[in-house]
Design a protein around this ligand. Sequence first.
Ligand code: COA
Ligand code: AMP
Length: 624
Amino acid sequence: MSYVPVFRRSVEDPDGFWREAAELISWDAPPETVLDTSDPNHPRWFADGRLNTCYNAVDRHVAARGDQPALIHDSPVTGSVTTLTYRELRDDVARFAGGLRSLGVTAGDRVIIYMPMVPEAAVAMLACARIGAVHSVVFGGFAPRELAVRIDDAAPKVLIAGSCGIEPSRVVEYMPIVNAALDMSEHQPDACIVLQRDTHPAELVDGRDQTWAQVMAAASPVDCVPVNGDDPLYILYTSGTTGLPKGVLRDNGGHAVALRWSMPNLYDTHPGEVFWAASDVGWVVGHSYIVYAPLLTGCTTIMYEGKPVGTPDAGAFWRVIADHGVNALFTAPTAFRAIKKEDARGEHLRGHDLSTFRVLYLAGERTDPDTYVWATNLLDRPVIDHWWQTETGWPIVSNPMGIEQLPIKPGSAAVPVPGWRVEVLDEQGAQRPAGEEGAIAIGLPLPPGALLTIYGDDDRYVNEYLTAYDGYYLTGDSGYIDSDGYVYVMGRTDDVINVAGHRLSTGAMEEVVAAHDAVAECAVIGVADDMKGQVPLGFVVLKSGEDIDHDDLRGELVQKVRDEVGPVAAFKDVRVVSKLPKTRSGKILRRTMRRIADGEQYTTPSTIEDPDALDTIRSAVGRV
Ligand code: COA
Ligand code: AMP
């Protein structure tokens, strides 16, 4: 197979292309219409088909691969490895789904899952899918306020939590976070289910909480409930420009077809093989490539509760690959930078049998050429950068390894994936010439698997993604396409930053900083960091007459962001300045500030109100 004709067919005959791809999915009623574009802003894939995602991911494999490991939980932080075969996974999921149903959860109801990387997190997701309920997984590194915002938005009938997460340096008690969030949220779920972990069992609230074990003991297994192709499968909140996260709403049909198609064609991974996405179920990579895509394909998926370094050392990834015969690993470049920092010569690689390992996939942030070269030399295998977003659910630009391995150009995520019409546009919406940077946009309709809308706020979906350019989805990334059609994704055009592969909103941090009594105004920007890619840096202007000690203020602001956004924000640095650079209309010039902080060239914007404000920033970051 070669890439060009496959891509061409996907855009010239999307109906035929995706109808064929849909044959990889088991339907209760096959779709008659592949794509319905009667509402151009809301195209629907396979809307009149009926299917169940859990059936496709679990039950249908039991006959042929019931004894094959479906999920291997490898947890260096607890010193345990747990394997669930497809049969065991089916039994657990069917029973837990019965438990949810006995708590009144039915099709369309929301369920929030706030859990660490344990098999029960995947069981809970699949159990929701089994009964047509809509799960919303919240990443464990977020603080109570962030959880509360999501509870109020999703209005879950049930909340499922772990008693604790285990970070290398500390145990994170989840239930105090849940309790604090429920104190803040208006919405209250009918019940909470708590997975008690031996490391730190939680205190339960009478009348509200039950343990996972109690629910399982009392439940009877239930069957899969067929849903419509365009019925929702999950909401996953992601950071936007403001402090209010966006609930990306995903369907069942398009999602199943796209992910199942992606495994052999993009990841060159086939039924029975072992796929490891070293991410977290709280992120889209975890949804798509720890849980759904490998299971839809009949692979063995690895769920890793540990870090690339420190659990116990920089050889952790090689140990997991060797122990479980991993064929393909998917992680974020930051993980490789962390390994490189501790073991630049790759000495930990020695002694591990990596003969099953074929290819490394990197996403979540751009793979910088240094990391690419280091990883390629170390592993002597293809290192594939690919680009996607929570909204898209699967890759937009990649080297399509299962179709044709194209030459790798370091710094580029390679070529548009079949189905995605990627263009680089100028401010007027004209295509930029090859090699020139602009806004990356995607021609509508988006292929199967992309978001349906923003949950509960369709206007926000239309305004933020579809309005800038008629007929296009705006990605929020800027970049360029070279004369060979390779796409280079260079960075965000909005106030979203990427810290250690975690997508965060500087707007959310600014809201917390601005609320401090001593602060008149503030800006938070993302600045380059050798290991995490980017880290947030705050600038504050004090209220006039305010004489708080600057070190005390810094300490308070760092703690406040940690308490209100979460430790994952890694907000550790604040500079006090006399003014912020702004346009005459009062917009803070964050992009120019970032360029100054990163030591990049910049031009003083013609719209600036007071050019001296740039000197203030330069001296605050020591670039005078
Ligand atoms: N629950 C609670 N706290 C969490 C958490 C979770 N699930 N995940 C992270 N945190 C906390 C950490 O304990 C840390 O807290 P600290 O400030 O007290 O040390 C903070 O959030 C930042 O964590 P992290 O981003 O993991 O940074 P780190 O410095 O501990 O480790 C890396 C750096 C590069 C090793 C780590 O970020 C990593 O493995 N990244 C892989 C990237 C990834 O999985 N990306 C997902 C998209 S593919
Ligand atoms: P998330 O929604 O968390 O997956 O983050 C999506 C954002 O991460 C994108 O909009 C990009 O800014 C960035 N990103 C993800 N993968 C890549 C990549 N391979 N190259 C460049 N940026 C990336």
